[in-house]
Design a protein around this ligand. Structure first.
Ligand code: EPU
Length: 430
């Protein structure tokens, strides 16, 4: 297994390119199941999760072609995928595939809507919490699906097709909103989703569905009104920039100090996270090509924050914020309200000398004068990158083991950071 080695203490400068959003690219790829025509997605990031999903979609019968290199003047445009699900040849998503990546469970809604039947393995738990799928099933049942659990599989049927309905979620869920949104696009009649997740990635999928011929109101709000199209067409769509990658590099620059432009980043996607960084003493400015992050010499101020669904502070940046606050001049309080077990990074940060006390859903982080490099273990995607941020601040060498977690969601992380002056390298195994 590859490892990443970082020698801390180098300031960062220059610029790096932000990729397309993983959490938009995945559901957009899944949306290709909704039409027999070609869906072209531009700016798809080159990530392990994208490749895993491509394998799963091919298994359902999706033809996937990827454009070769282009003489494109834009350095931050990712790959172009052409996905065509002319015939769905298999409506089962097997355990071996779904267990590798939770988001692959999201094929359930589109398969059911298009074929009237789907059999998808339950995704099971994961490192950050139990992550049930009850809200997905509740939403699809409201649209008329009959659902049973058989041998670890969700077996869903809608022999007469899905029918539009009012779906009022008791809790905000990104995945359940995607599931109902995609299924509703092919259902008969109008669906209203209340208490929908407002994450920009949902908006990106909604805009793509609109291009595919689905009429929709309320994009970006918590009430989505969808007129089922019965049949959807092909479309061309560009994946929006990754706000979590943007936030992660912003925290990295804040941690290491320096001045870096994040090219292709969209500042408006990160209002809450950037407000927190500004409160900590970091300068953030919109530029012609993205966002500039700078911290020159000043100490970091502690902050108190809790994670919330969008537009609140994202759970996917909680670990990165915590890493940064380990060196603040005072005590920060970070409350995780989305996932019950998303603190796997705490014990690893402690190996570097961080002072963090955990009580229930709240971490109290007392800033220390210095972190010292050590061997640490990546546990999940965002926790892993928090160790990179801590490594950039630590004195001496930090080695991060099990970096395959990082490859699931960060494209060319070492190149992007070393291009800005970080002393970071990948140690390729064997
Ligand atoms: N929940 C339920 N029942 C459900 C679904 C969710 O109780 O049927 C709960 C979850 O257990 C959690 C909360 O609702 O406590 C929110 O979960 P949500 O469904 O919003 O999360 P998700 O769709 O499984 C997506 C992202 C995550 C991100 C969360 C929250 C993708 C592929 N995944 O997960 O991203 O943390 O939304 O914003 O979009 C990551 O990229 O590292 C990642 C984990």
């Amino acid at each position: 297994m590859d490892r990443i080695s970082i020698v801390g203490g180098k300031q960062l400068s220059g610029s790096l390119a932000i990729s397309g959003a993983k959490n938009a690219a995945l559901p957009l790829m899944i949306a290709s199941l909704l039409t027999s025509e070609r869906l072209t997605l531009k700016n798809v990031p080159n990530l392990a999760d994208v490749n895993t999903l491509a394998r799963i979609l091919r298994n359902h019968g999706v033809d996937l072609a990827v454009d070769g290199k282009r003489a494109d003047p834009s350095p931050y445009l990712g790959e172009t995928f052409h996905l065509t699900a002319r015939d769905i040849v298999d409506t089962t998503a097997p355990y071996e595939m779904v267990s590798r990546m939770r988001a692959s469970f999201w094929v359930l809604g589109p398969l059911l809507a298009r074929c009237g039947v789907a059999r998808v393995s339950m995704p099971g738990g994961c490192a950050i919490g139990t992550r049930p799928v009850d809200l997905h099933l509740m939403g699809l049942k409201a649209l008329g699906a009959e659902i049973e659990i058989d041998g670890g599989y969700v077996v869903a049927k809608a022999t007469k097709g899905l029918k539009g309905a009012r779906v009022s979620f008791p809790k905000v869920s990104v995945g359940a909103t995607h599931a109902v949104l995609m299924a509703a696009a092919l259902a008969k009649g109008e669906t209203v989703i209340e208490n929908a997740a407002r994450e920009p990635e949902i908006g990106d999928v909604a805009e793509c569905l609109a291009k595919m011929g689905c009429k929709m109101e309320g994009i970006g709000t918590s009430t989505l009104r969808i007129q089922g199209a019965g049949r959807l067409e092909g479309a061309v769509h560009t994946v929006l920039p990754d706000r979590i990658e943007t936030g992660t590099y912003a925290f990295a620059v804040a941690a290491a100090g320096g001045d870096v432009e994040l090219r292709g980043a969209r500042k408006s996607l990160l209002d809450t996270a950037f407000a927190a960084l500004e409160q900590a003493g970091v300068t953030i400015a919109e530029t012609e090509h993205g966002v500039r992050i700078a911290r020159n010499g000043r100490g970091l101020q502690p902050i108190a924050i809790e994670t919330q669904p969008y537009p609140g502070f994202p759970t996917d940046l909680q670990a990165q914020l915590m890493a940064l606050m380990t060196r603040a001049e005072g005590t920060s309080v970070i409350r995780e309200t989305i996932f019950e077990n998303r603190f796997m990074h705490v014990q690893e940060l402690a190996r570097l000398g961080a002072d963090i006390q955990l009580q229930g859903d709240t971490a109290t982080v007392r800033g220390v004068k210095q972190l010292r490099g050590a061997q640490v273990m990546a546990t999940d995607l965002r926790a892993s990158v928090s160790l990179v941020i801590a490594g950039l601040m630590a004195e001496g060498k930090t080695t991060i083991n099990r970096v395959y977690h990082l490859d699931r969601g960060f494209e060319r992380l070492e190149q992007k950071l070393s291009g800005c002056g970080a002393d970071i390298e990948r140690l390729v195994s064997g």
